[in-house]
Design a protein around this ligand. Structure first.
Ligand code: BTN
Length: 267
């Protein structure tokens, strides 16, 4: 059982994550939080589900999780009017997630552009940010799924089984979900505040240090014609710059996969 008392003891935020609602089963925490937030603008709300019947990943993929073992949650964030795309929010959340996971599990966590948390060469968590509303009523719903203590061999999808890892599998340690969630919000709050006050600079500088894509050959799909090239840099706008035979292509969304010929660099 998720222990609210432990979570609240570790949470040091002013606002983010202060009201934790735990639900046994829901279709998708992103859908549930969006509906709640539209009714009552509660910016401290976070909803954690033990089970999702329609958990969503990016590009219409299914996100599978396991009760008591995975961490599956969503929360709203009042976005500035100027925010036209969710990508920098996703990058900020990735940074907070990497800081929290490496802090709790004492391991190196990296970010595969834009939203995947990697431990070694496998994915341990993903972020789905959805922008809702218009004008002054613009908000983001941020959904995070983390493989914490689950066995990834139990995933239904063969492709997911090949790519995924849990923090427990990567470290050999049982990990406290309460600690991961509290630390995540402790790191996320200043980063999201920085997006509002100073723009994207702080987030991008941190993201650049954590990403595992630079210098590697990548294949970008899902955003028009596939792009195959070497990931060169994270631009200050948050876009990924890919060098495709000498032409620099800017990628802001899409799915990035490593080419088989591009092994992970040791840190
Ligand atoms: C991805 O890697 O494709 C993103 C995965 C995001 C999954 C989380 S789990 C909580 C929230 N609710 C959902 O339906 N999706 C997100």
């Amino acid at each position: 059982m998720f222990d609210q008392a432990i979570y609240h003891r570790l949470l040091t935020t002013r606002r983010l994550g202060k009201i934790l609602e735990i639900v046994e089963e829901v279709d998708s925490t992103n859908t549930y939080v969006a509906a709640k937030y539209e009714l009552r603008k509660e910016s401290s709300l976070v909803v954690l589900a033990e089970r999702q019947t329609q958990g969503r990943g990016r590009f219409g993929k299914i996100w599978e999780s396991f009760p008591e073992e995975s961490l599956t949650f969503s929360f709203p964030w009042q976005a500035p009017k100027s925010l036209l795309a969710p990508n920098v929010v996703t990058l900020a959340i990735g940074v907070a997630l990497a800081e929290a996971v490496s802090g709790v599990a004492s391991c190196d966590a990296a970010l595969k552009y834009p939203n995947d948390l990697y431990l070694g060469d496998k994915k341990a968590a993903g972020v789905l940010t959805e922008l809702k509303g218009t004008g002054d009523n613009r908000f983001a719903i941020i959904g995070v799924g983390v493989n914490v203590n689950n066995k990834t061999s139990r995933f239904d999808d063969e492709e997911v089984r090949q790519k995924a890892i849990s923090i427990k599998e990567a470290t050999g340690k049982n990990i406290s979900r309460e600690e991961v969630l509290a630390l995540f919000f402790n790191y996320a709050e200043p980063l999201l505040d920085a997006l509002l006050t100073d723009g994207v600079k702080t987030v991008i500088e941190k993201y650049r240090k954590l990403t595992n894509v630079i210098g590697r050959e990548v294949i970008v799909t899902g955003a028009g014609e596939p792009i195959v090239g070497v990931a060169e840099e994270i631009a200050i706008t948050g876009a990924l710059v890919v060098n495709m035979n000498g032409t620099r292509k800017t990628v802001v969304s899409g799915e990035i996969n490593f080419a088989k010929s591009s092994p992970r660099r040791s840190a």
